[in-house]
Design a binder for this molecule. Sequence first.
Ligand SMILES: Nc1ncnc2c1ncn2[C@@H]1O[C@H](COP(=O)(O)OP(=O)(O)O)[C@@H](O)[C@H]1O
Ligand SMILES: [Mg+2]
Length: 599
Amino acid sequence: MPEQDTPKTQQSASGAKISRLGDLLPFMRPYSGLLFAAAVALVLTAGLSLTLPIAVRRVIDNFSNSETGLLDTYFAAALGIAGLLAIGTALRYMLVTKLGERVVADIRKEVFARVIDMSPSFYENLRTGEVLSRITTDTTLVLTVIGSSVSIALRNALIFIGGLFFMLLTSAKLTSLVLLIVPLVLVPILTLGRKVRRLSKENQDWIAAGSAQASEALGAVQTIQAFTHEVETKNDFSKTTEDSFLSARERIRARALMTFIVIFLVFSGIIGVLWIGAHDVSAGKLSAGTLVQFVIYSVMVGGSVAALSEVWGELQRAAGATDRLAELLKAEDSISDPSTATPPPNLGRGRLTFENVIFNYPSRPKYSALDDVSFDVKPGQTVAIVGPSGAGKTTIIQLLLRFYDPQGGSILLDGFDLRDMRREDFRKAISLVPQDPVIFANSVLENIRFGRQDASDAEVISAANLAAAHQFISELPEGYETYVGERGVMLSGGQKQRIAIARAILRDAPVLLLDEATSALDSESERAVQKAVDALAQDRTTIVIAHRLATVKKADCILVMDHGKVVAQGTHESLMKEGELYARLARLQFVSDAEEAAA
Ligand SMILES: Nc1ncnc2c1ncn2[C@@H]1O[C@H](COP(=O)(O)OP(=O)(O)O)[C@@H](O)[C@H]1O
Ligand SMILES: [Mg+2]
């Protein structure tokens, strides 16, 4: 298990500014109609609730000189307002929530589309679980903001301003007394608010760290159990989760304190002012109805301040979430396609050239993974790459797919530099059987069809036949329709390898890359697959990272690699004569058919 991750907050303690929510605007633009309708409903309901206290005052002040007709009219009007208020509020809820769900769905899709395009070096610094947490938890936070917090904040801001205005109209004297409290209220909002903001970012980071840990552990559940590492793994996860809880608790405390101070200050201020107002009423300076109207307005204004301070924290949490999402959305890939996309050249022949390629992995800048590597593979040729583990064989294949760019030299396909083509275009000309075959949680049929989406069932089956996979697939409980489980847990290593080979056969591309593709096979199926691979390699350019003498011998050219360098190249015969490393590898590492037969 990796070391306990410290959340990123430590590095960026400043947290996100509320203005980061502005990054959400581009996502709302397509729904400006919905936004506008929601705003209208919002202003309407806020306006209506502000008229209610006036109706109340009229009613109260008209009690004594009772004109029953007028009284009835007022009550009817109040009922009408209540009805409009109900409609407006329901409408606002519906529009705003729908907007939130819509926008968040768009953000999720866009973030996913963005990260799925990223080249591998992006994931060397960011764990996939972390990305998942951003796509799920952080977008959920954004949802609460668009779906409720923002509209709560806006409505309360409107009520605050409007209520204050009507308070002034009702009684300028009492209002100016109330306003004296405002600076007092702002202090805790500003100071505690900053703390809440920092803590919520920290909390969110802990959640992300936890989900990264969990996804890694779940992906390696068998290894964890085999090494009886369950207790440690559980402890690691519970520590992260507890840390997350602790920072959440601190956040909650700070916010509770803030809420307490704000509400207490607001309402005790109002009570004080009312006390003065009540004296004015008994002295006959103010009508009872006016005082009641003032009371209702000040409760509305006080309530709106409290609601704002509460929602403020939500907005800040969401600003942090937006920040993390924006980080993914704005992430620059270290590799990009040329802006002037050259029309896809005719990549039919499959000539591969490495010209003085120098490369180190971004995460290991000092270590030369490839050191001045040059070779040329003519169309249709088969080149075997041999060398001890760690020599840089797989690296060559990664560069051929342009997962990374070399620091020096160039890599050409049919004479075109890979960097001058769109990756999508030249990757279509390449078919890969990776060192660790990847199987998706789907049926066998679909797993093979992954090689070429438009292949018919019959084509899939014939590819499986060529890959010596048809036999075992037919024996699976539901044949080609058998679901193979996540990462193909229901298949053996050799079976997975044969499915990967069938997939490559189906792809039928001019360039074939095989990374120790038959290493997990028993000798019988290996021979069967080898025949298929030989047939496949016949009329296309093939680079095979090989460990079997039979494969190596048949190659048109053999590259011997060691420590990132091509130390020798030639045919089996020439290398046996002069290549020291090759002779040793041939003796010790290559599995020859003769040895196998003896075993
Ligand atoms: N993503 C990576 N980041 C940093 N170093 C890597 C990465 N992948 C491979 N390496 C290093 O590059 C060297 C060559 O690796 P590789 O090409 O996979 O060797 P092999 O010849 O066994 O296929 C090794 O020393 C390995 O540790
Ligand atoms: Mg390798």
